[in-house]
Design a protein around this ligand. Structure first.
Ligand code: SAH
Length: 390
């Protein structure tokens, strides 16, 4: 049986739920890479299963299993996938977009699996998962009656495991786009080419909130991409939504989305959002609801100071565009920008404003992207709902 023993210090972390370990953490049992192994602590007590890797992350824990056994890949993935799907049973309707597997949070490190109605899109970021696709794909396709399974393996993390970046059809017929429906809002998902696995599934709670708040209001959607927030706002009864992005293709998709939903009032603006917020103030514009959802400014810890300046400036400018009583939904998807840090940056952005700003709500990714509390890395998306109070 394949087995890894952690040293005393690492064993303590493992007992507290930390899932990631390095080669230095091993007491014994240097293993062949990309294997499912039993893990034990310094006193030979069971720590469940793990997967090994030649990468820096030499061992990732993947949960309990009947003592003494190492299951074959079919049995292991069948068990873990079934449990992950069961936890999302209420989100498996024919037009739902749902994250079905959220890596460590579902005891499946190195695997993300998203469902867009009949289309499944996966991301494999560990060699073990990559080599197990013949166990994963047929099981998932069958359990979910999927017509299509696609690998969106165009993610940088693959290089740590010696895997090439690629996008390919794994099962069924090629589907260029599919429509999902969220609270009556139709969103077009492009599984082969859209951002992430085709869509920003993680912002579902924030879109639902915007849909509720938008009724009868003027909206500004900064960094709109294909207009997910604008469509939610307009279906929710917004008077208009000014949607700003530097990508014309994204704006064309947003316009197509508005037609598809039968809504009017989308006002696409092609340009740099930093310039837009500065110039809009010069023109005396104001908005009753603003969504600020930029790309991750801090891809690494080193970039954090520059990123903080970017967030601070943008948030200050956006707050200045709020009409009295207006609300700003401000987001960050940088792992490195923790919630306390983000709140501090936003607090600094309010300094010197001629009105008060209150924090009304904190949001994160939806319940299909659960955060493993003992693995803070799994919490990346934070959003704050602020209101201008005069
Ligand atoms: N809010 C979107 C996701 C944003 S993705 C949603 O919910 O779907 C980030 C978007 O920001 C991309 O579409 C990218 O084209 C755009 N972008 C990046 N830098 C920009 C800039 N400086 N000005 C305007 N748009 C920018």
């Amino acid at each position: 049986m394949q087995r890894v023993q952690l040293n005393a210090k690492a064993s303590g972390f493992a007992r507290r739920g930390q899932p990631w370990f390095y080669r230095d953490d091993f007491a014994a049992g240097e293993q062949a890479p990309a294997r499912l192994v039993r893990v034990v602590d310094e006193n030979e007590r069971d720590l469940g299963l793990g997967i090994t890797s030649t990468g820096k992350l030499a061992l990732r824990l993947c949960g309990p299993w009947a003592e003494g056994e190492v299951p074959d890949r079919e049995t292991f993935f069948g068990n873990r996938l079934q449990a992950a799907f069961a936890r999302r049973a209420m989100r498996l309707g024919p037009h739902d977009g749902t994250r079905l597997v959220h890596a460590e949070s579902d005891w499946l490190p190195g695997l993300v699996l998203d469902r867009y109605g009949p289309v499944l899109v996966l991301q494999a970021t560990s060699a073990f998962v990559e080599q197990s696709l013949d166990a994963i794909v047929p099981f998932a396709a069958d359990a979910l009656k999927a017509t299509t399974v696609i690998a969106r393996n165009d993610v940088g993390a693959r290089k740590h495991e010696g895997l090439a970046e690629e996008v390919r059809l794994l099962h069924g017929n090629r589907v260029e786009q599919v429509t999902i429906v969220e609270h009556g809002v139709r969103h077009t998902v492009r599984p082969f080419v859209g951002h992430k696995t085709g869509f920003y599934l993680d912002q579902r709670p924030a879109r639902a909130l915007v849909q509720q708040l938008a009724h009868g209001r003027t909206v500004l959607d900064l960094f709109c991409y294909q207009g997910g927030f604008s469509l939610a706002a307009l279906v929710g009864g917004a008077v208009s939504s000014v949607a700003v992005d530097q990508s014309q293709e994204a704006l064309d998709l947003a316009a197509a989305g508005a037609r598809d939903n039968g809504v009017q009032g989308l006002l696409p603006v092609h340009g740099n959002a930093f310039d837009f917020v500065r110039d809009a103030r010069g023109r005396g514009e104001s908005y009753e609801l603003i969504v600020l959802d930029p790309p991750a400014f801090a891809k690494s810890r080193r970039e954090l100071p520059g990123a903080e300046r970017g967030y601070r400036d943008l948030n200050r400018q956006a707050l200045r565009l709020l009409a009295p009583g207006g609300q700003l939904l401000t987001c960050t998807c940088s792992h490195h920008m923790t919630l306390p840090r983000f709140e501090e940056v936003v607090r600094q952005a309010t300094a010197g404003l001629p009105f008060r700003v209150v924090l009304e709500q904190r949001l994160g990714a939806g319940d299909d992207h659960p955060v493993l509390l003992s693995h803070p890395e799994s919490e990346y998306l934070k959003a704050l709902l602020l209101r201008r109070v005069d």
